[in-house]
Design a protein around this ligand. Structure first.
Ligand SMILES: C[S@@+](CC[C@H](N)C(=O)[O-])C[C@H]1O[C@@H](n2cnc3c(N)ncnc32)[C@H](O)[C@@H]1O
Length: 407
C-alpha cells in the first residue's frame, strides 16, 4: 500500500500524483492510498477528500464509463475546462479575454452511441463499463435526453434481431423533430427478412429512420433537424452539435463574431448548423468534405423561406484548402474543424487577410496552434468562450472571435 497526494487532473480526467501516478476518480489535493501497478493506482481509498468532491448525481456513475467527472463539483469542472484552454494557449504565449463558460443542462444530449449485445435472456443495451467491454444498462442516464434513454428497449430489440450471438452492435440514436433517427453498425448483413423485421420494429417504436451499416434500411418520416429557419435531414450518423443549448451558445458566438458581414464563408460547414442561421442576414458559401452533408444543407436551404443565397462546395479542406484568391470575395469566415484542427486552411485564411473569423473548436491543443498562426499574421483574439456540451466528461469545446488588426 502506498499513499500519494493528487496534484492535478490529467486530460483523461484521472488524478495525477508525483511519479507520475495516475489515480482514476480523484481530485487535486486528495490524499489516497492503494496498490500502484505500472504507474496506476486503480482502486484508491480516499483518505482526505477534496472539498470539490460531490456525490455522483447519476445512479449509474459508479459502473458506467460514459462520464468521467461526476464526482467533481460543477464549479470545479467549469474551472478545469477553462484552465485546459488557458494552458493550451499559454504554450503558444497567447492570452484572450474569457467569457463565462456555457454548460449544457443534464439530460440534454440529443445523440447517444449505445452498445448492445445479445444475452442468454435476450439482449442488453447501454454504455460500456469503465475501461471494459462489459455493457451497463443506463435507463436513468442523466446525460442524454430522456427520449434517448427511453430507446434502450428498442436498442435491445435491434440486438436481438440483428447481432450475431457474440458480436456487439453500436447503435447511434439521434433525437430529431420527427422522432428517433437510428443508425446501426456492427450487425449481420441486411437481408430481406431483417429488413422486414426492422420495419415491424420501427413501426412498433415509432422510429423515423433506421440505417443499417451503410444502407438506409427504412425511412418512415425524414428525421429533420432545425437549423435557423431551415429543416435539414442529415445523412445517417452525420455530425451534429451535441446539445441544443451548446449549439445555441456556439451559434450566438459565431453570429456576434461575423456580425455585419455581407458574404461569409463557412468552413467545415457540416449540414449547415451555422451556415443556415447566418443566411438570415448574409450570403453564405458553405464548404464541407462530405458530399451527403452538403446535399442535405442545400436541400434544407432550398425548402426554407426568406434566406439569403447559400452556395455549397464539397471539398477536402486539409488537402485542398480555399486559397486567398478563393477567399477574397468574403468579408468574414466561420471555421469549425474536426479535432485535428485546420492548419492548412488557417494558413490560407491568414494569407488572405480575411477581416473577421469565428473559430469553433473541439480541441484546445490544435485550436491554440491555429490561433498562434492567426496571431502571427496580425489577428487579435477579441474573446473566447468555453462551451461545455459534454458535461461530466473531459471533452472541451470553445468559440472564439478573431479580428485582423487595422482591417
Ligand atoms: C466539428 S464538425 C462541424 C460541422 C458543422 N460546423 C456543425 O457545427 O454542425 C467538423 C466537420 O468537418 C468535416 N470534415 C472533416 N474533415 C474534413 C476535411 N478534410 N475537409 C472538409 N471537411 C471535413 C466533417 O464532415 C464535419 O462535418
Amino acid at each position: 500500500m502506498e499513499q500519494v497526494t493528487i496534484e492535478r487532473l490529467g486530460h483523461q480526467g484521472d488524478g495525477i500524483a508525483p511519479g507520475p501516478v495516475f489515480v482514476p476518480g480523484t481530485l487535486p489535493g486528495e490524499v489516497v492510498e492503494g496498490e500502484i501497478e505500472k504507474g496506476v493506482m486503480a482502486a484508491p481509498r480516499i483518505l482526505t477528500p477534496s472539498d470539490q468532491r460531490v456525490k455522483a448525481p447519476c445512479r449509474h456513475a459508479k459502473s458506467c464509463g460514459g462520464c468521467q467527472l461526476q464526482h467533481a463539483h460543477d464549479d470545479f469542472v467549469a474551472e478545469w475546462k477553462v484552465g485546459v484552454v488557458r494552458h493550451a494557449l499559454s504554450a503558444h504565449a497567447l492570452e484572450a479575454p474569457f467569457r463565462p463558460i456555457a454548460t449544457s443542462s443534464p439530460q440534454s444530449r440529443r445523440r447517444a452511441a449505445f452498445s448492445a449485445r445479445r444475452t442468454k435472456k435476450g439482449a442488453l443495451a447501454g454504455f460500456h463499463m469503465k475501461g471494459s467491454d462489459v455493457i451497463v444498462s443506463v435507463p436513468d442516464c442523466l446525460l442524454v435526453d430522456p427520449k434517448l434513454a427511453a430507446a434502450l428497449p428498442l436498442v435491445e430489440a435491434l440486438a436481438v434481431l440483428g447481432s450475431s450471438r457474440k458480436g456487439e452492435l453500436s447503435v447511434l440514436v439521434t433525437k430529431s423533430l420527427d422522432g428517433l433517427d437510428v443508425a446501426v453498425s456492427g450487425g449481420k448483413p441486411l437481408d430481406a427478412q431483417l429488413q422486414s423485421d426492422l420495419a415491424d420494429l420501427a413501426r412498433a417504436h415509432d422510429v423515423a429512420r433506421v440505417a443499417w451499416g451503410d444502407e438506409v434500411a427504412l425511412t418512415r418520416r425524414p428525421p429533420s433537424q432545425r437549423m435557423g429557419r431551415a429543416d435539414v435531414v442529415p445523412p445517417p450518423g452525420a455530425f451534429l452539435q451535441a446539445t441544443p443549448e451548446g449549439e445555441a451558445a456556439l451559434l450566438a458566438g459565431v453570429r456576434e463574431a461575423v456580425k455585419g458581414a455581407r458574404h461569409v464563408v463557412d468552413l467545415f460547414a457540416g449540414c449547415g448548423t451555422f451556415a443556415l442561421p447566418l443566411a438570415e442576414d448574409m450570403r453564405v458559401h458553405a464548404v464541407e468534405g462530405d458530399r451527403g452533408m452538403t446535399a442535405a444543407l442545400d436541400k434544407g436551404w432550398r425548402m426554407a423561406d426568406g434566406l439569403k443565397h447559400v452556395t455549397h462546395e464539397a471539398r477536402d479542406l486539409f488537402r485542398n484548402p480555399l486559397l486567398p484568391e478563393d477567399l477574397e470575395r468574403f468579408d468574414a469566415a466561420v471555421i469549425d474543424p474536426p479535432r485535428a484542427g485546420a492548419e492548412a486552411q488557417v494558413a490560407e485564411l491568414a494569407r488572405a487577410g480575411i477581416p473577421r473569423i469565428a473559430f469553433v473548436s473541439c480541441n484546445p491543443v490544435t485550436f491554440a496552434r491555429d490561433a498562434a498562426a492567426l496571431d502571427a499574421a496580425g489577428y487579435v483574439m477579441d474573446w473566447l468562450q468555453v462551451v461545455d456540451q459534454f458535461r461530466w466528461s473531459t471533452h472541451v469545446e470553445l468559440v472564439a472571435a478573431f479580428r485582423l488588426q487595422g482591417a
